[in-house]
Design a protein around this ligand. Sequence first.
Ligand SMILES: Cc1cc2nc3c(=O)[nH]c(=O)nc-3n(C[C@H](O)[C@H](O)[C@H](O)COP(=O)(O)OP(=O)(O)OC[C@H]3O[C@@H](n4cnc5c(N)ncnc54)[C@H](O)[C@@H]3O)c2cc1C
Length: 412
Amino acid sequence: MSRVVVIGGGVVGISCALTLQSQGHSVTVVEPGPVGEGASWASCGCIAVGEIVPLSQPGMLMKVPGWLLDSEAPLSLRPASALKLIPWFARFTANARRSKMRAITADLAQLTFAATDDFKAQLADVGHPELLVERPVIKLFDDDNDLATMRAAFDLAREFGCTIDQVSGHEAHEMDPAIAPDFKYAALLRDWSFVTDPKLLVEILMQSFTQRGGEIVSNAAVDFTRDGQHIQNVHTGDGRTLSADEFVVAAGTHSRVLAKKLNIPLRMEGVIGYSTALHDSGIDLRHTVFYAKGGFGITPYEDALAVAGTAEFADLNAQPDWNRADVLVKRAHRVLPGLRTEKFERRMGRRPFTPDTRPIIGRSRRLTNVTFATGHGQLGLTLGATTARLVADVIAGRVPSIDIQAFSPDRF
Ligand SMILES: Cc1cc2nc3c(=O)[nH]c(=O)nc-3n(C[C@H](O)[C@H](O)[C@H](O)COP(=O)(O)OP(=O)(O)OC[C@H]3O[C@@H](n4cnc5c(N)ncnc54)[C@H](O)[C@@H]3O)c2cc1C
Protein backbone atom coordinates (compact mmCIF):
# COMPACT_ATOMS: atom_id res chain seq x y z
CA MET A 1 0.00 0.00 0.00
CA SER A 2 1.17 3.54 -0.76
CA ARG A 3 1.55 6.86 0.99
CA VAL A 4 -0.62 9.26 -1.02
CA VAL A 5 -0.86 13.06 -0.86
CA VAL A 6 -4.08 14.50 -2.29
CA ILE A 7 -3.78 18.19 -3.16
CA GLY A 8 -7.14 19.96 -2.75
CA GLY A 9 -10.02 19.29 -0.39
CA GLY A 10 -13.03 20.10 -2.56
CA VAL A 11 -15.60 17.45 -3.34
CA VAL A 12 -13.29 15.76 -5.85
CA GLY A 13 -10.17 15.75 -3.67
CA ILE A 14 -11.87 14.55 -0.53
CA SER A 15 -13.73 11.84 -2.46
CA CYS A 16 -10.39 10.60 -3.82
CA ALA A 17 -8.87 10.72 -0.33
CA LEU A 18 -11.69 8.67 1.20
CA THR A 19 -11.68 6.02 -1.51
CA LEU A 20 -7.90 5.64 -1.41
CA GLN A 21 -8.02 5.40 2.37
CA SER A 22 -10.72 2.71 2.21
CA GLN A 23 -8.39 0.71 -0.05
CA GLY A 24 -5.67 0.70 2.57
CA HIS A 25 -3.48 3.62 1.51
CA SER A 26 -2.13 6.11 4.00
CA VAL A 27 -3.56 9.44 2.83
CA THR A 28 -2.82 13.11 3.55
CA VAL A 29 -4.96 15.94 2.15
CA VAL A 30 -3.39 19.36 1.56
CA GLU A 31 -6.06 22.08 1.66
CA PRO A 32 -5.42 25.74 2.53
CA GLY A 33 -8.99 26.95 2.94
CA PRO A 34 -12.10 26.05 4.87
CA VAL A 35 -13.23 22.64 3.68
CA GLY A 36 -15.54 22.64 0.66
CA GLU A 37 -15.49 26.38 0.05
CA GLY A 38 -13.93 26.20 -3.42
CA ALA A 39 -16.36 25.60 -6.27
CA SER A 40 -18.05 22.84 -4.32
CA TRP A 41 -20.11 24.89 -1.88
CA ALA A 42 -21.65 27.06 -4.60
CA SER A 43 -23.07 24.18 -6.62
CA CYS A 44 -26.75 23.59 -7.30
CA GLY A 45 -26.33 20.23 -5.60
CA CYS A 46 -27.45 18.16 -8.58
CA ILE A 47 -26.26 14.69 -9.43
CA ALA A 48 -26.63 15.81 -12.99
CA VAL A 49 -26.61 12.49 -14.84
CA GLY A 50 -28.08 14.03 -17.99
CA GLU A 51 -25.72 17.02 -18.13
CA ILE A 52 -23.67 15.43 -20.88
CA VAL A 53 -24.02 17.84 -23.78
CA PRO A 54 -20.96 20.13 -23.78
CA LEU A 55 -21.16 23.85 -23.19
CA SER A 56 -19.49 24.54 -26.53
CA GLN A 57 -22.24 24.32 -29.13
CA PRO A 58 -22.60 25.34 -32.78
CA GLY A 59 -22.98 29.08 -33.28
CA MET A 60 -21.09 29.85 -30.07
CA LEU A 61 -18.65 32.33 -31.61
CA MET A 62 -21.52 34.50 -32.87
CA LYS A 63 -22.79 34.86 -29.33
CA VAL A 64 -19.56 36.14 -27.77
CA PRO A 65 -20.17 39.87 -28.57
CA GLY A 66 -23.54 39.62 -26.77
CA TRP A 67 -21.86 38.06 -23.73
CA LEU A 68 -19.38 40.94 -23.62
CA LEU A 69 -22.09 43.57 -23.78
CA ASP A 70 -24.70 42.14 -21.42
CA SER A 71 -23.21 41.54 -17.97
CA GLU A 72 -26.54 40.16 -16.73
CA ALA A 73 -26.96 37.49 -19.42
CA PRO A 74 -26.93 33.87 -18.17
CA LEU A 75 -23.61 33.45 -20.00
CA SER A 76 -21.22 36.38 -19.96
CA LEU A 77 -17.58 37.23 -20.51
CA ARG A 78 -15.78 39.80 -18.37
CA PRO A 79 -14.42 42.39 -20.79
CA ALA A 80 -11.32 42.86 -18.59
CA SER A 81 -10.54 39.13 -18.89
CA ALA A 82 -11.36 38.75 -22.58
CA LEU A 83 -7.78 39.05 -23.87
CA LYS A 84 -6.37 36.55 -21.37
CA LEU A 85 -9.09 34.07 -22.29
CA ILE A 86 -8.51 34.10 -26.05
CA PRO A 87 -6.38 30.90 -26.18
CA TRP A 88 -8.90 28.97 -24.06
CA PHE A 89 -11.80 30.34 -26.11
CA ALA A 90 -10.17 29.39 -29.36
CA ARG A 91 -10.06 25.77 -28.18
CA PHE A 92 -13.55 26.01 -26.73
CA THR A 93 -15.12 27.20 -29.96
CA ALA A 94 -13.16 24.58 -31.93
CA ASN A 95 -15.15 22.01 -29.95
CA ALA A 96 -18.45 23.56 -31.03
CA ARG A 97 -18.80 21.26 -34.04
CA ARG A 98 -21.50 18.61 -34.22
CA SER A 99 -19.07 15.70 -34.54
CA LYS A 100 -17.04 16.90 -31.54
CA MET A 101 -20.19 17.48 -29.52
CA ARG A 102 -21.29 13.90 -30.08
CA ALA A 103 -17.92 12.50 -29.10
CA ILE A 104 -17.81 14.60 -25.92
CA THR A 105 -21.38 13.66 -25.05
CA ALA A 106 -20.52 9.96 -25.40
CA ASP A 107 -17.47 10.34 -23.16
CA LEU A 108 -19.34 12.27 -20.48
CA ALA A 109 -22.26 9.81 -20.55
CA GLN A 110 -19.87 6.97 -19.66
CA LEU A 111 -19.00 8.84 -16.47
CA THR A 112 -22.36 10.29 -15.48
CA PHE A 113 -24.24 7.03 -15.91
CA ALA A 114 -22.01 5.52 -13.24
CA ALA A 115 -22.39 8.54 -10.96
CA THR A 116 -25.55 7.75 -9.02
CA ASP A 117 -24.40 4.27 -7.98
CA ASP A 118 -20.96 5.54 -7.01
CA PHE A 119 -22.40 8.44 -5.08
CA LYS A 120 -24.88 6.23 -3.22
CA ALA A 121 -22.07 3.85 -2.28
CA GLN A 122 -20.07 6.80 -0.98
CA LEU A 123 -22.99 8.10 1.10
CA ALA A 124 -23.69 4.63 2.48
CA ASP A 125 -20.01 4.31 3.41
CA VAL A 126 -20.07 7.54 5.44
CA GLY A 127 -23.48 6.71 6.93
CA HIS A 128 -25.47 9.57 5.36
CA PRO A 129 -27.70 8.17 2.61
CA GLU A 130 -30.33 10.81 3.45
CA LEU A 131 -28.21 13.53 1.80
CA LEU A 132 -29.37 12.33 -1.62
CA VAL A 133 -32.92 13.16 -2.70
CA GLU A 134 -34.02 10.97 -5.60
CA ARG A 135 -36.60 13.13 -7.31
CA PRO A 136 -36.53 14.28 -10.93
CA VAL A 137 -35.20 17.73 -11.58
CA ILE A 138 -37.64 20.08 -13.33
CA LYS A 139 -36.71 22.53 -16.12
CA LEU A 140 -39.19 25.31 -16.81
CA PHE A 141 -39.95 27.10 -20.08
CA ASP A 142 -41.98 30.25 -20.72
CA ASP A 143 -42.97 29.51 -24.29
CA ASP A 144 -42.16 27.63 -27.52
CA ASN A 145 -39.09 29.78 -28.26
CA ASP A 146 -37.71 29.14 -24.83
CA LEU A 147 -38.20 25.37 -25.17
CA ALA A 148 -36.66 25.44 -28.65
CA THR A 149 -33.32 26.63 -27.21
CA MET A 150 -33.00 23.33 -25.36
CA ARG A 151 -34.43 20.97 -27.95
CA ALA A 152 -31.18 19.97 -29.67
CA ALA A 153 -29.45 19.31 -26.33
CA PHE A 154 -32.41 17.27 -25.07
CA ASP A 155 -32.53 15.21 -28.29
CA LEU A 156 -28.82 14.45 -28.07
CA ALA A 157 -29.03 13.54 -24.37
CA ARG A 158 -32.00 11.23 -25.11
CA GLU A 159 -30.06 9.56 -27.87
CA PHE A 160 -27.43 8.63 -25.28
CA GLY A 161 -30.00 7.16 -22.93
CA CYS A 162 -31.25 10.05 -20.76
CA THR A 163 -34.90 10.06 -19.79
CA ILE A 164 -36.42 13.51 -20.31
CA ASP A 165 -40.22 13.81 -20.27
CA GLN A 166 -41.92 16.91 -21.58
CA VAL A 167 -45.00 17.96 -19.61
CA SER A 168 -47.07 21.12 -19.38
CA GLY A 169 -46.14 23.90 -16.99
CA HIS A 170 -49.38 23.21 -15.17
CA GLU A 171 -48.35 19.59 -14.53
CA ALA A 172 -45.08 20.85 -13.08
CA HIS A 173 -47.08 23.16 -10.81
CA GLU A 174 -49.21 20.20 -9.71
CA MET A 175 -46.10 18.16 -8.91
CA ASP A 176 -44.66 21.01 -6.90
CA PRO A 177 -47.25 23.69 -6.03
CA ALA A 178 -44.55 26.21 -5.07
CA ILE A 179 -43.77 26.59 -8.80
CA ALA A 180 -45.66 29.37 -10.61
CA PRO A 181 -48.61 27.90 -12.55
CA ASP A 182 -48.11 29.84 -15.78
CA PHE A 183 -45.04 28.27 -17.40
CA LYS A 184 -45.98 26.80 -20.76
CA TYR A 185 -43.75 23.71 -20.65
CA ALA A 186 -41.59 21.77 -18.28
CA ALA A 187 -39.10 18.95 -18.75
CA LEU A 188 -38.70 16.27 -16.11
CA LEU A 189 -35.10 15.12 -15.98
CA ARG A 190 -35.71 11.65 -14.61
CA ASP A 191 -32.08 10.52 -14.24
CA TRP A 192 -31.08 13.44 -12.05
CA SER A 193 -31.26 13.80 -8.27
CA PHE A 194 -29.92 16.32 -5.78
CA VAL A 195 -28.15 16.66 -2.44
CA THR A 196 -29.56 18.75 0.37
CA ASP A 197 -26.40 20.81 0.90
CA PRO A 198 -23.13 20.46 -1.05
CA LYS A 199 -21.05 22.15 1.64
CA LEU A 200 -22.41 19.82 4.30
CA LEU A 201 -21.63 16.90 2.00
CA VAL A 202 -17.96 17.88 1.74
CA GLU A 203 -17.78 18.45 5.51
CA ILE A 204 -19.22 14.99 6.19
CA LEU A 205 -16.79 13.35 3.77
CA MET A 206 -13.92 15.20 5.41
CA GLN A 207 -15.06 14.20 8.91
CA SER A 208 -15.18 10.54 7.93
CA PHE A 209 -11.71 10.85 6.43
CA THR A 210 -10.18 12.32 9.61
CA GLN A 211 -12.10 9.96 11.94
CA ARG A 212 -10.56 7.04 10.03
CA GLY A 213 -7.07 8.41 10.61
CA GLY A 214 -6.61 10.65 7.56
CA GLU A 215 -4.38 13.69 7.96
CA ILE A 216 -5.17 17.20 6.76
CA VAL A 217 -2.41 19.73 6.21
CA SER A 218 -4.00 23.19 6.31
CA ASN A 219 -1.86 24.97 3.78
CA ALA A 220 -1.40 25.34 0.04
CA ALA A 221 0.81 23.14 -2.08
CA VAL A 222 3.27 25.49 -3.76
CA ASP A 223 5.92 23.38 -5.44
CA PHE A 224 7.38 19.92 -5.95
CA THR A 225 10.76 18.24 -5.99
CA ARG A 226 11.33 15.58 -8.59
CA ASP A 227 13.80 13.04 -9.70
CA GLY A 228 13.30 12.79 -13.46
CA GLN A 229 9.74 11.61 -14.04
CA HIS A 230 9.21 10.78 -10.39
CA ILE A 231 7.83 13.31 -7.89
CA GLN A 232 9.42 12.95 -4.48
CA ASN A 233 7.89 15.73 -2.38
CA VAL A 234 5.33 18.45 -2.35
CA HIS A 235 6.18 21.70 -0.54
CA THR A 236 3.55 23.74 1.24
CA GLY A 237 3.27 27.49 1.80
CA ASP A 238 4.35 27.17 5.45
CA GLY A 239 7.62 25.49 4.50
CA ARG A 240 6.63 21.86 5.10
CA THR A 241 7.85 19.09 2.86
CA LEU A 242 5.57 16.09 2.39
CA SER A 243 6.98 12.95 0.82
CA ALA A 244 4.77 10.29 -0.69
CA ASP A 245 4.72 7.44 -3.17
CA GLU A 246 1.78 8.91 -5.08
CA PHE A 247 0.32 12.42 -5.57
CA VAL A 248 -3.20 13.35 -6.67
CA VAL A 249 -3.74 16.87 -8.05
CA ALA A 250 -7.35 17.81 -7.28
CA ALA A 251 -7.13 21.54 -6.60
CA GLY A 252 -10.02 22.64 -8.83
CA THR A 253 -9.16 25.65 -10.98
CA HIS A 254 -5.80 25.99 -9.18
CA SER A 255 -4.70 22.63 -10.55
CA ARG A 256 -3.54 24.47 -13.66
CA VAL A 257 -0.97 26.44 -11.67
CA LEU A 258 0.29 23.31 -9.92
CA ALA A 259 0.43 21.39 -13.18
CA LYS A 260 2.57 24.16 -14.65
CA LYS A 261 5.11 23.54 -11.88
CA LEU A 262 5.17 19.96 -13.13
CA ASN A 263 5.58 21.13 -16.75
CA ILE A 264 2.15 19.79 -17.72
CA PRO A 265 0.11 22.41 -19.60
CA LEU A 266 -3.50 21.93 -18.51
CA ARG A 267 -6.06 24.06 -20.35
CA MET A 268 -8.58 25.08 -17.79
CA GLU A 269 -10.36 28.28 -16.74
CA GLY A 270 -12.61 29.09 -13.81
CA VAL A 271 -16.13 29.77 -15.01
CA ILE A 272 -17.67 31.72 -12.18
CA GLY A 273 -21.10 30.90 -10.77
CA TYR A 274 -22.97 32.19 -7.74
CA SER A 275 -25.27 30.67 -5.20
CA THR A 276 -27.45 32.51 -2.72
CA ALA A 277 -28.92 30.54 0.17
CA LEU A 278 -32.24 32.11 1.18
CA HIS A 279 -33.30 31.48 4.77
CA ASP A 280 -36.94 31.81 5.86
CA SER A 281 -37.93 31.97 2.19
CA GLY A 282 -41.57 31.12 2.94
CA ILE A 283 -41.48 28.51 0.15
CA ASP A 284 -41.83 24.77 0.46
CA LEU A 285 -40.12 23.49 -2.69
CA ARG A 286 -39.66 19.74 -3.15
CA HIS A 287 -37.64 19.53 -6.38
CA THR A 288 -34.63 21.26 -7.86
CA VAL A 289 -36.01 23.51 -10.58
CA PHE A 290 -34.07 25.16 -13.40
CA TYR A 291 -35.21 28.22 -15.28
CA ALA A 292 -32.93 28.07 -18.30
CA LYS A 293 -33.85 31.53 -19.58
CA GLY A 294 -32.94 33.01 -16.22
CA GLY A 295 -29.68 31.04 -16.08
CA PHE A 296 -30.23 29.54 -12.64
CA GLY A 297 -31.52 26.61 -10.66
CA ILE A 298 -33.19 26.55 -7.25
CA THR A 299 -32.47 23.68 -4.88
CA PRO A 300 -34.20 23.04 -1.57
CA TYR A 301 -31.37 22.69 0.95
CA GLU A 302 -32.18 21.30 4.35
CA ASP A 303 -32.52 24.75 5.94
CA ALA A 304 -32.64 27.16 2.98
CA LEU A 305 -33.42 27.54 -0.69
CA ALA A 306 -30.32 27.94 -2.86
CA VAL A 307 -30.60 30.03 -6.01
CA ALA A 308 -27.51 29.15 -8.02
CA GLY A 309 -26.20 29.56 -11.52
CA THR A 310 -24.86 31.78 -14.30
CA ALA A 311 -21.67 31.13 -16.15
CA GLU A 312 -19.30 34.06 -16.18
CA PHE A 313 -16.08 33.56 -18.12
CA ALA A 314 -13.38 35.42 -16.23
CA ASP A 315 -9.70 34.80 -15.57
CA LEU A 316 -8.54 32.89 -12.51
CA ASN A 317 -7.95 35.95 -10.35
CA ALA A 318 -11.15 37.85 -11.18
CA GLN A 319 -13.09 39.09 -8.14
CA PRO A 320 -16.75 38.13 -7.64
CA ASP A 321 -19.41 40.43 -9.04
CA TRP A 322 -22.14 39.96 -6.44
CA ASN A 323 -24.57 41.91 -8.57
CA ARG A 324 -24.86 38.77 -10.70
CA ALA A 325 -25.95 36.74 -7.69
CA ASP A 326 -28.53 39.39 -6.82
CA VAL A 327 -29.92 39.38 -10.35
CA LEU A 328 -30.57 35.64 -10.05
CA VAL A 329 -32.42 36.12 -6.78
CA LYS A 330 -34.61 38.81 -8.38
CA ARG A 331 -35.40 36.50 -11.28
CA ALA A 332 -36.28 33.67 -8.89
CA HIS A 333 -39.59 35.43 -8.14
CA ARG A 334 -40.72 34.45 -11.64
CA VAL A 335 -40.43 30.78 -10.61
CA LEU A 336 -41.54 31.01 -7.00
CA PRO A 337 -44.14 33.72 -6.44
CA GLY A 338 -44.17 34.89 -2.84
CA LEU A 339 -40.47 34.10 -2.34
CA ARG A 340 -38.97 36.02 0.59
CA THR A 341 -35.36 37.08 0.10
CA GLU A 342 -34.44 39.23 3.11
CA LYS A 343 -32.22 36.67 4.86
CA PHE A 344 -29.50 35.46 2.55
CA GLU A 345 -25.95 34.13 2.38
CA ARG A 346 -24.00 34.40 -0.89
CA ARG A 347 -21.38 32.02 -2.23
CA MET A 348 -19.21 32.16 -5.33
CA GLY A 349 -17.46 29.26 -7.03
CA ARG A 350 -15.20 28.79 -10.04
CA ARG A 351 -16.15 25.74 -12.06
CA PRO A 352 -12.91 24.27 -13.40
CA PHE A 353 -13.72 24.13 -17.12
CA THR A 354 -11.65 22.56 -19.85
CA PRO A 355 -12.28 23.74 -23.42
CA ASP A 356 -13.77 20.35 -24.32
CA THR A 357 -15.93 20.08 -21.16
CA ARG A 358 -14.27 16.74 -20.37
CA PRO A 359 -12.73 16.40 -16.92
CA ILE A 360 -9.04 15.58 -16.50
CA ILE A 361 -8.67 12.17 -14.91
CA GLY A 362 -5.55 10.00 -14.94
CA ARG A 363 -1.80 10.14 -15.24
CA SER A 364 0.36 12.11 -17.61
CA ARG A 365 2.84 9.91 -19.45
CA ARG A 366 5.48 12.43 -18.39
CA LEU A 367 5.23 11.57 -14.69
CA THR A 368 5.15 8.17 -13.08
CA ASN A 369 3.41 8.92 -9.78
CA VAL A 370 1.02 11.86 -10.28
CA THR A 371 -2.69 11.38 -11.01
CA PHE A 372 -4.92 14.29 -12.01
CA ALA A 373 -8.54 14.61 -10.84
CA THR A 374 -9.77 18.00 -11.93
CA GLY A 375 -11.48 20.03 -14.68
CA HIS A 376 -14.98 18.77 -13.88
CA GLY A 377 -16.71 21.99 -14.97
CA GLN A 378 -20.40 21.80 -14.11
CA LEU A 379 -20.11 18.14 -13.04
CA GLY A 380 -17.75 18.04 -10.06
CA LEU A 381 -20.33 17.16 -7.48
CA THR A 382 -21.89 14.59 -9.79
CA LEU A 383 -18.58 12.92 -10.60
CA GLY A 384 -16.66 13.17 -7.32
CA ALA A 385 -17.28 9.57 -6.26
CA THR A 386 -16.84 8.12 -9.76
CA THR A 387 -13.60 10.04 -10.27
CA ALA A 388 -12.36 8.75 -6.92
CA ARG A 389 -13.01 5.15 -7.97
CA LEU A 390 -11.11 5.66 -11.24
CA VAL A 391 -8.20 7.41 -9.51
CA ALA A 392 -7.95 4.53 -7.02
CA ASP A 393 -7.82 2.09 -9.96
CA VAL A 394 -5.01 4.06 -11.59
CA ILE A 395 -2.98 4.20 -8.39
CA ALA A 396 -3.48 0.50 -7.71
CA GLY A 397 -2.40 -0.32 -11.27
CA ARG A 398 -5.81 -1.80 -12.17
CA VAL A 399 -7.44 -1.19 -15.53
CA PRO A 400 -10.20 1.36 -14.78
CA SER A 401 -13.73 0.07 -15.39
CA ILE A 402 -14.34 3.11 -17.62
CA ASP A 403 -11.91 3.91 -20.42
CA ILE A 404 -10.29 7.17 -19.28
CA GLN A 405 -8.20 7.80 -22.38
CA ALA A 406 -10.41 10.74 -23.42
CA PHE A 407 -9.79 12.44 -20.07
CA SER A 408 -6.01 12.33 -20.24
CA PRO A 409 -4.05 15.37 -18.97
CA ASP A 410 -1.85 15.02 -22.05
CA ARG A 411 -4.62 15.82 -24.53
CA PHE A 412 -3.96 19.57 -24.50
C1 LIG B 1 -23.16 27.99 -9.35
C2 LIG B 1 -22.63 26.59 -9.52
C3 LIG B 1 -23.52 25.54 -9.65
C4 LIG B 1 -23.04 24.23 -9.80
N1 LIG B 1 -23.93 23.20 -9.83
C5 LIG B 1 -23.47 21.92 -9.91
C6 LIG B 1 -24.38 20.82 -9.85
O1 LIG B 1 -25.58 20.99 -9.69
N2 LIG B 1 -23.86 19.57 -9.97
C7 LIG B 1 -22.51 19.34 -10.12
O2 LIG B 1 -22.12 18.19 -10.27
N3 LIG B 1 -21.63 20.37 -10.14
C8 LIG B 1 -22.07 21.64 -10.04
N4 LIG B 1 -21.19 22.68 -10.07
C9 LIG B 1 -19.78 22.40 -10.32
C10 LIG B 1 -19.07 21.89 -9.08
O3 LIG B 1 -19.32 22.74 -8.00
C11 LIG B 1 -17.58 21.80 -9.37
O4 LIG B 1 -17.34 21.05 -10.53
C12 LIG B 1 -16.87 21.10 -8.22
O5 LIG B 1 -17.14 21.76 -7.03
C13 LIG B 1 -15.38 21.03 -8.46
O6 LIG B 1 -14.84 20.39 -7.34
P1 LIG B 1 -13.29 20.36 -7.10
O7 LIG B 1 -13.07 19.59 -5.86
O8 LIG B 1 -12.60 19.96 -8.34
O9 LIG B 1 -12.91 21.90 -6.91
P2 LIG B 1 -13.11 22.86 -5.67
O10 LIG B 1 -14.39 22.65 -4.98
O11 LIG B 1 -12.84 24.24 -6.18
O12 LIG B 1 -11.97 22.40 -4.68
C14 LIG B 1 -10.62 22.63 -4.95
C15 LIG B 1 -9.92 22.82 -3.62
O13 LIG B 1 -8.53 22.93 -3.86
C16 LIG B 1 -8.02 23.85 -2.94
N5 LIG B 1 -6.75 24.38 -3.45
C17 LIG B 1 -6.55 25.39 -4.32
N6 LIG B 1 -5.25 25.60 -4.50
C18 LIG B 1 -4.60 24.70 -3.74
C19 LIG B 1 -3.24 24.43 -3.49
N7 LIG B 1 -2.27 25.14 -4.09
N8 LIG B 1 -2.92 23.45 -2.63
C20 LIG B 1 -3.89 22.72 -2.02
N9 LIG B 1 -5.20 22.93 -2.22
C21 LIG B 1 -5.55 23.92 -3.06
C22 LIG B 1 -9.09 24.92 -2.82
O14 LIG B 1 -8.97 25.63 -1.60
C23 LIG B 1 -10.36 24.09 -2.91
O15 LIG B 1 -10.89 23.76 -1.66
C24 LIG B 1 -21.64 23.99 -9.87
C25 LIG B 1 -20.75 25.06 -9.72
C26 LIG B 1 -21.23 26.33 -9.54
C27 LIG B 1 -20.24 27.45 -9.34
